[in-house]
Design a protein around this ligand. Structure first.
Ligand SMILES: [Zn+2]
Length: 259
């Protein structure tokens, strides 16, 4: 009952974001079903024993035409982490990329490489976290359909990306995960190895993906100021690169989840 209430709250907060940020005409176009908000996976009927949770990544302050402000790392040795309550299957998880959804500014092979690097970051922290590249998919939306899909899709304006995790309530094992990045915004793969781009005109695929995949692993978002330099910090920014590298709490958290 409590969980159900939380889902409702997520939905409410999402809708509120649209009302605050989007111009009226946009809100109207959403109601006509042009965008994903109409097909909410949280509303789908699920088999007994399976629950779903959504994590929406957004800028700290949502402003129209602003991707959020990246701040340089001051302390990534914070040991905080939150456990979401599930774990990956011990045999690992097979992911697929919707190549045709990848923005042209990124390109599908570069996107696959960035996504692979993001998964590798978690496997490096804990070799028991196994991710297998299953090739491509034509899945266009987050949905409980047997495919662990990574895709771009037009999402509500306050959203950078969203991850849905379906899990078995009896065992705590992940049943499926989907991650969608918002195609409404510009995306890039920055070559700089710094923490923040000087021209933050796009979201970095690897940066945001590393955060999203922390949810696959079983980690929750962190919203305290002290956690702002950790990968699992709940807000993102344009030109941000620091989430590509795990902080102490991120690695500790990954190892705290079995397998
Ligand atoms: Zn998150």
């Amino acid at each position: 009952m409590m969980m159900k209430l939380r889902y409702r709250l997520v939905g409410l907060c999402c809708a509120a974001g649209i009302l605050l940020v989007g111009p009226f005409s946009f809100a109207q176009s959403q109601r006509r079903g042009a965008v994903s908000i109409e097909e909410d996976p949280l509303e789908d009927r699920l088999p007994p024993g399976i629950k779903v949770r959504a994590f929406i990544h957004r800028p700290r302050v949502v402003e129209p035409n602003h991707l959020g402000t990246c701040t340089a790392t001051t302390d990534a040795t914070v040991t905080d982490y939150g456990l979401a309550g599930w774990h990956l299957p011990s045999v690992g998880i097979i992911w697929k990329l919707n190549e045709s959804s990848v923005p042209a500014s990124v390109g599908s092979s570069a996107a696959r490489a960035a996504v692979t690097s993001a998964f590798d970051t978690w496997s490096a922290a804990d070799p028991q976290k196994i991710f297998v590249d299953g090739g491509s998919t034509t899945v266009k939306a987050a949905k409980f359909d047997g495919t662990n899909a990574i895709l771009w899709k037009r999402l509500s304006p306050s959203t950078i990306g969203v991850t849905y995790v379906w899990y078995y309530t009896a065992t705590g094992e992940v049943a499926e995960v989907d991650t969608a990045f918002n195609s409404r915004y510009p995306w890039a793969i920055f070559s700089s190895s710094g923490e923040c781009q000087s021209t933050p005109d796009a979201y970095d695929v690897q940066d945001i993906a590393t955060h999203e995949f922390g949810h696959w692993v079983g980690l929750d978002d962190l919203y305290s100021d002290a956690d702002k330099d950790l990968t699992m910090y709940g807000f993102g920014a344009g030109g941000e690169l620091k989430k590509r590298t795990l902080g102490t709490g991120d690695a500790d958290g990954a190892n705290a989840v079995a397998p």
